[in-house]
Design a protein around this ligand. Sequence first.
Ligand code: BGC
Length: 561
Amino acid sequence: MTDALLADTETRPVDPAATWWRQAAVYQIYPRSFADANGDGLGDIPGVLSRADYLAELGIDAVWLSPFYPSALADGGYDVADYRNIDPRLGTLSDFDAMVTALHERDIRVVVDIVPNHTSDLHEWFQEALRAGRGSAARERYIFREGAGADGELPPTDWVSAFGGPAWTRVDDGQWYLHSFAREQPDLNWAHPEVREDFLTTLRFWSDRGVDGFRIDVAHMLTKDLTEPLPSREELAQIPRDGNHPLLDRDDVHEVYAEWRSVFNEYDPPRTAVAEAWVETPERRAKYASAEGLGQAFNFDLLEADFDAAQFHRIIDENLEQARTTGSSTTWVLSNHDVTRHATRYGLPPLGGRPVKQGVEWVAAGGPAEQLDREGGLRRARAATLFMLALPGSAYLYQGEELGLHEVAEISPEERQDPAFFRGGEFDGLGRDGCRVPLPWTGEGASFGFGAGGAHLPQPEWFARYAVDAESADPASTLSLYREALRLRHRLQSGETLEWTDTGRADVLRFTRPNGWQAVANFGTEPFDLGDDAADAVLASSPLIGTSLPAETTVWIAPQI
Ligand code: BGC
């Protein structure tokens, strides 16, 4: 294990500069929808810089920026045309440097997104591959195959892409290339040394510019075994994901991350990484979190759960146990740019095991808008967030959740951008635009203060109520709750453990951190009496009533000193 990852989980870390990530609150910025400094309707890097004080006041420890690289936006920027540059619509490299400096001055670390499974079809490598033709060295960097059928007119296999439709697209000379996502996102060939080398260059490029860490997109998909004959889609589905599946979560991907780790460790403090790895078991996830690899992995279990005490309890126990065995710290996520916002999820009928990516199907299916309990959803979201922020490990927050934003359903088909909407696939329903609508900063004015011009996705009228200026002035707002929670969290966070207390109620969870801070969450519909402890309550997601913790409410209790 490297020194950077060797933090004693029972006591404070020895070197805070190297272990900042272990219990950090990380705020995800979707740059094109955060703040628009030049009024062109697209958020940009100077926009982030202009909101540096807002981020500092919010109290987060780091920001993670979704891709800001040159891109044709076939997949919201996850189709990268140049990994070592900024989309000119979003700014320049010197804007980026100025943003990093401003954030660092405010003690906010910077994490950027690396998208290694695929490039954009506009990437110079892919353009070269198209020009160079079959059999060329340039095609080796991607996954080109001859088609099936008498004239190769059929795709090599019947595999489907994550956004629906065939996972293969045919080029002019008749060959086919593999794309696990949109056809504008050709998969790279990770068996190719130049591909490997180029990503090391990219990691150094951003690390040299002062970036503190990386979020690795679909980290479980890079390496592939494409030995002929290729299995059919049905056969693929039968192959266990135990490290030898041809496409997913292969053991050999960790050779890639071992190399990356040695690059991270060239820096002082070592750069960090968190894997976005949709794998089948906590044990498989642990491999990505290993100290010899990326060091941390997202745990999406809470995001996939209902607002339910038993599910939360089980998930927390499993993941803390997993973190203990890997030496990493666990991660908690309730919302991100790929899923329906949690205020909305919790205002809809329980998922009951249904994949969360389909949480928007109530609207897609023409479901009545009354199905959404806006107030209840937000009340539960505030309770879940406050409970999550008291847990050991790092918490990832998604822009706009601090305002209590709901998913925006009112986007016409013409205004939608997400390939998931147009092509279907595993992101069923309305796709992901509803959580990517530009943020409301002011209750009035062009694009609610997002920028001087319009907004690239339409903002509904109800955004005015959730605007930053309105919520800043209201001590009961969700923004005030997040600010206070993130401020107190620095005192609450201690050793990376917790101890449960039996509350006598299955729908009420209570734990104590090593320094005596407690969180109590009432997931039920009946109030819970806190007795004398109510006097030490420092923050609650809904007001206490006397000594009683209302339904669907979390409270933090500070130790007596
Ligand atoms: C990202 C998505 C993206 C996909 C392909 C992910 O999991 O979070 O937004 O569409 O990877 O890059």
